[in-house]
Design a protein around this ligand. Structure first.
Ligand code: NAG
Ligand code: NAG
Ligand code: NAG
Ligand code: NAG
Ligand code: NAG
Length: 694
């Protein structure tokens, strides 16, 4: 056994609870760590950072092999067979693809291991040297996971790329990592063909689908996934297992500025994270069923699927567009993934949970009458019960309401969900409560970054508070450090505040081929612990839980020294019904800020009609002095309500008529503002507005 690996198995005994004087459960405890001075907290159950939860296991390849032997005959990976693909045309002439999917078909752990060994051998037979990198560029599916594990068995580093990534970013990632083999689906292969002229290093493509598009390029060879497996079966090659410090994955993340950066993760990094997640999900067992549909190119999903594989659970694959019976791509009258699978565990991003909530509310509203009143009553009764304590919320009344009202809601996700893991962005308190109550499940909310291998904090399943992201994971120390320029100090009262710094074995090696950026954000202290500087601002609650309150980049110091938190002000102003989107702009050379406001067409036009204001089109309306004045008055009203300072209220606004969409490049796929891009696109307006007021 390698000396620094500590085997820890944590029985989830919830009864072991430390309480502070107020009777509040302590979830994180202060810890003395090295490095920059600050206020550091660790997980309450661990005095050190966890590296592996399995004795003698130090890489993902070993963990996978152990699981496949232990759970040999159990179902592992499940995929639905396509029965038919139809095109439905709506009344207004738009056409939609509708799928009819069959029941799940399963590979056992034993068969999966065979497939992985075969594919790994096949890859070697195709001529892929293990020093060269493989890119996986596809939607989440069974073959993705098989390809990943195959590469791990041969110590081949995998480059992961979001299947929705744009051409420039795709070229950049493949080129920078000198990938020679790309494993992708038919849809992604078409994208590759379009940029084939710029891909100097790619020699071979392995296509997961049976059909290869006819326009394929001749500069590389194309082989079917199944053929690689067959080739390997006929010509087996010995495994070449990696060491914990070998790079397992280079994960390209779509940043909100510039080209994506590749984060290098070792086997040790990912193992530390999944060991930590193991201790978070209550009672994880081999009879759990997990619905996999988020992008595997995201660390949250990659870690989650590896956790499931480690405990012998079944993983059923689906997609966001086929999730429920009423999902866009599901043929009417046939089953969505969740109903076909009846999962017990899921991961989700807030956008998807918001969608579930809106869908349920819409349905309840449209039925109206008694059932709506019953739903509202049940919801408010449960809300006041849950508000106190989640654990105390059991009882006869709960069972009754579940039977009468919430059973149907629960059926949307298959009826058996017991735990949801949410990450990627903060979840609104409303949605969290809604899911708690209507689905009757607890949500674990995590905060972490690709750079920390998703390690960071995690809210425990019995934590009923909203708006916080929990205590440190067992694999992480969380430290707040002073940021005097931004006005956040660890000596602040009532709660210590500062920049969030994450340390531990989970912290990744840095950015691939980017020493400068790596040095900016990573530091190793005198005790050898790696720390990542997140740029997020947080505060610690007395029970050791973290709350994210701001982002360093989004804070600007004005001419007279006041600080404006752009995100905070935008959140306040966007409550105005006239605002569809808003970006605040400020710089150190002026004493006030200005804003770009994308107007909400329906509200602004309604207002204009009521006032009898004539206009030729919406763009024209947005130019009008009186419209701008009306919107600005509304912004000032919201600002006063939220008690913003005078210098935080935009002195002048530009009203825009065209929405900001991911296609326009002004916001990310998750609809976050790309400030730099927007600033550039509207630089003249911004400069003029700032100078006019001088
Ligand atoms: C794994 O691959 C890397 C990169 O090619 C290499 O540096 C390392 O030595 C390999 N590990 C083993 C155990 O062979
Ligand atoms: C690919 O990388 C090389 C250097 O590694 C660079 O010279 C070339 O311009 C890059 N090509 C593209 C298309 O980015
Ligand atoms: C449902 O109705 C309530 C008021 O009864 C309203 O607040 C809510 O926005 C409606 N939700 C949807 C999704 O229509
Ligand atoms: C829930 O508790 C908070 C404070 O703990 C309180 O402000 C709120 O009104 C409560 N909501 C309900 C529905 O009881
Ligand atoms: C895999 C990896 O990076 N492991 C490192 C985790 O951190 C400890 C010290 O905190 C190092 O000793 C390990 O090498």
């Amino acid at each position: 056994m390698t000396p620094y690996i500590v085997g820890v198995v944590v029985p989830l005994v919830v009864t072991l609870i430390l309480r502070n004087s107020k009777g509040e459960k302590k979830r994180g405890l202060p810890v003395d760590v090295g490095g920059e001075p600050g206020n550091a907290i660790r997980n309450r159950r661990f005095t050190y950072t966890v590296q592996t939860a399995w004795e003698g296991i130090s890489t993902l390849a070993e963990l996978f092999e152990q699981s496949c032997k232990k759970y040999h005959d159990k179902c592992f990976l499940g995929t639905r067979k396509l029965i038919s693909r139809d095109v439905e045309v709506t009344e207004d002439g738009r056409s939609f693809e509708k799928l009819h999917l069959g029941e799940y078909e399963w590979l056992t752990y034993g068969k999966t291991f065979e497939a992985v060994c075969n594919f790994a051998s096949g890859l070697a037979q195709l001529g892929h040297n293990k020093e060269e990198r493989v890119a996986i560029f596809a939607d989440t599916r069974e073959e993705w996971f098989l390809a990943l594990q195959s590469c791990f068995r041969r110590n081949v580093t995998v480059v992961t790329i979001y299947s929705s990534l744009g051409e420039e970013a795709l070229c950049h990632s493949l080129n920078e990592t000198e990938v020679t083999t790309v494993i992708c689906g038919q849809k992604e292969l078409k994208k590759l063909v379009e940029i084939s002229g710029q891909l100097d290093t790619v020699k071979r493509v392995i296509c997961m689908d049976d059909e290869i598009p006819s326009a394929a390029s001749s500069t590389w060879s194309i082989t079917l996934f199944a053929d690689v497996e067959r080739l390997g079966r006929e010509n087996p090659v010995d495994a070449d297992l990696p060491l914990p410090a070998d790079v397992a994955v280079i994960m390209y993340t779509s940043g909100s500025t510039g080209l994506p950066k590749g984060v290098m993760m070792t086997h040790g990094n990912i193992l530390a994270t999944i060991s930590a997640v193991m201790t978070i999900v209550p009672d994880l067992k081999s009879n759990d069923v997990y619905l996999a549909y988020l992008p595997l190119a995201h660390i949250l999903e990659l870690a989650a699927e590896n956790v499931m594989a480690a405990v012998g659970s079944a993983i059923g694959y689906g997609s966001p567009l086929t999730l429920t019976d009423t999902s866009n791509k599901i043929k009417k009258g046939t089953k969505g993934d969740a109903t076909a699978l009846s999962p017990t565990l899921m991961t989700a991003v807030p956008a998807i949970l918001d969608r579930v909530r809106d869908g349920v509310l819409k349905k309840v509203n449209s039925t109206g009458g008694l059932s709506k009143r019953l739903f509202d009553l049940a919801y408010s009764r449960r809300l006041s019960a849950v508000n106190g304590s989640w654990l105390g919320a059991w009882g006869l009344e709960r069972i009754l309401w579940n039977f009468l009202v919430f059973k149907k809601v629960r059926a949307i996700l298959g009826g058996h969900i017991r735990f949801l893991l949410s990450g990627g962005a903060p979840l609104s308190g409303d949605t969290q409560r809604f899911i708690n109550i209507c689905l009757g499940v607890s949500i674990g909310q995590g905060y972490g970054l690709t750079e920390t291998c998703a390690g960071g904090t995690f809210s425990e399943f019995d934590d009923t508070s909203v708006g916080r992201v929990g205590a440190p994971l067992p694999c992480s120390f969380i430290k707040l450090i002073d940021w005097p320029e931004g006005g956040y100090l660890i000596s602040d009262t009532p709660l210590p505040r500062g920049e969030i710094v994450i340390g531990g074995p989970n912290v990744t090696l840095g950015y691939f081929k980017n020493e400068e950026k790596t040095r900016e954000s990573y530091k190793v202290d005198e005790r050898g612990t790696r720390w990542f500087y997140t740029g997020d601002i947080g505060q610690f609650h007395p029970d050791g839980c973290l709350e994210i309150i701001d982002r360093k980049k989004d804070i600007v110091k004005l001419q007279h020294g006041e600080y404006v938190s752009l995100g905070k002000v935008e959140a306040v102003l966007s409550v105005s019904p006239y605002v569809d989107n808003i970006m605040l702009h400020a710089d150190p050379f002026h004493s006030y800020c200005v804003a770009l406001v994308v107007a909400s067409q329906s509200t602004v036009e309604d207002w204009a009609l009521k006032r009898g204001i004539a206009f030729t089109d919406f763009a024209d309306l947005c130019e009008k002095e009186e419209t701008i004045k009306e919107v600005q008055t509304s912004l000032v009203k919201e600002a006063k309500k939220a008690r913003l300072e005078k210098f935080e209220i935009p002195a002048k606004i530009k009203l825009l008529s065209t929405p900001w969409t991911p296609e326009s490049g002004l916001v990310t796929a998750a609809l976050k503002l790309k400030r730099d891009v927007i600033r550039k696109a509207f630089s003249e307006d911004l400069a003029r507005y700032l100078s006019v007021l001088l």
